[in-house]
Design a protein around this ligand. Sequence first.
Ligand code: CAA
Length: 383
Amino acid sequence: MTYNSLNEEQLMIMELASDFSKNEILPEAQGHDRTSKFPVKIIRKLAELGFLGHYIPQEYGGSGLDFLSYIIAIEEISAACASTGTIVMAHNSLACSPINEFGNEEQKIKYLPDLATGKKIGCFALSEPESGSDAASINTTAVKNGKEYILNGTKSWVTNGAEADVAIVFTKTEKSKKSRGITAFIVDLNTPGISVGKSEKKLGIKATSTTQFIFEDARVPESSLLAKEGEGFKIAMKTLDSGRIAVASQAVGISQAALDASVEYSRERKTFGSPIIEHQGIQFMIAEMATKVEAARLLTWQAAGLRDKNLRFTKQSAMAKLFAAETAMWVTTKAIQIHGAIGYSTDYPVERYFRDAKITEIYEGTSEIQKIVIAKQTLSEYL
Ligand code: CAA
């Protein structure tokens, strides 16, 4: 999968996302980072362009595009503003996607048109204060009571938590069973007994909301069960397999923005009588940055291409996320180094890229979790 192999539709989405990101998102990005305000107007416009239901079939109100073009759009959006990229990713990959993949017809008709057109915002509630990497150890319970389930517990680190109308919520229906005792629900967040808890103050992606949800005897109808009881863990893992490709693409976008800024700055800045771009020390950094960005993008596109072909992509998705996230940290560190003192100042965007890059090594599974997944998949190929 290379640039040459992109089809006309994918190139068109790249151009659309790139133009919109440069003209509408980028000018607002520093401001949204400083004020930590959710970019309401931009999200509305992205919805009008079809980016909030990117790969949801048109019959459910989505754009009906392929996964690779979604990944390309996420890179362009995140290069301008990683916060906006995160909001769009959490909505598409973690809320729309599991409903589309695992929901029944009634659930798709009920939820997807409003989500895909941005009338409603979605989120994914898996992590808890005591359960992050060990996703099977969640404690939120769902107890069947007639035609309802009663939910109790606390969810944390929910992206879009403050704005969301609908959440995919993972619960334990059978405590003794660990991963096989996990059950997923599509939950309307205006259900009595659900409140938004602590809102996290973060290092980066500041214009996103990241909150807790508290469930206190929240009664949800039986019809909100996503797939069957006990199938929630596999739904979470499959959803994250896809979501991780989008995180990788976000990391590529941040890295590309840091590389672009570094080239631009080093052409202007002079030391020892010449622009610093003429110094070999700077050129070597640029060369390594460009190589890593390209490699990360190719791994990411490869994983997306496998998903579009309905082939297994768990390993490739984890590899793309691991490599692209580490690339983003490395490239943004070098970008600050190239800018020198000015790179450390909030007057220039590279410090934002550096802060935003860090989350890609953490959310939707840390780099260490990606290594666990890659090792498991790789070793199984030797059996
Ligand atoms: N696809 C399908 N099935 C899968 C799977 C996958 N990718 N991964 C595991 N499974 C299945 C296994 O086959 C196994 O099935 P059986 O019971 O039939 O044998 C079952 O799930 C249990 O698998 P494991 O024994 O491998 O599970 P584990 O408890 O050892 O955990 C893990 C594996 C990879 C470490 C997993 O816990 C994990 O991914 N942890 C990280 C969680 C994570 O990414 N959290 C981030 C949450 S979202 C977020 O960041 C917030 C946000 O809003 C952005």
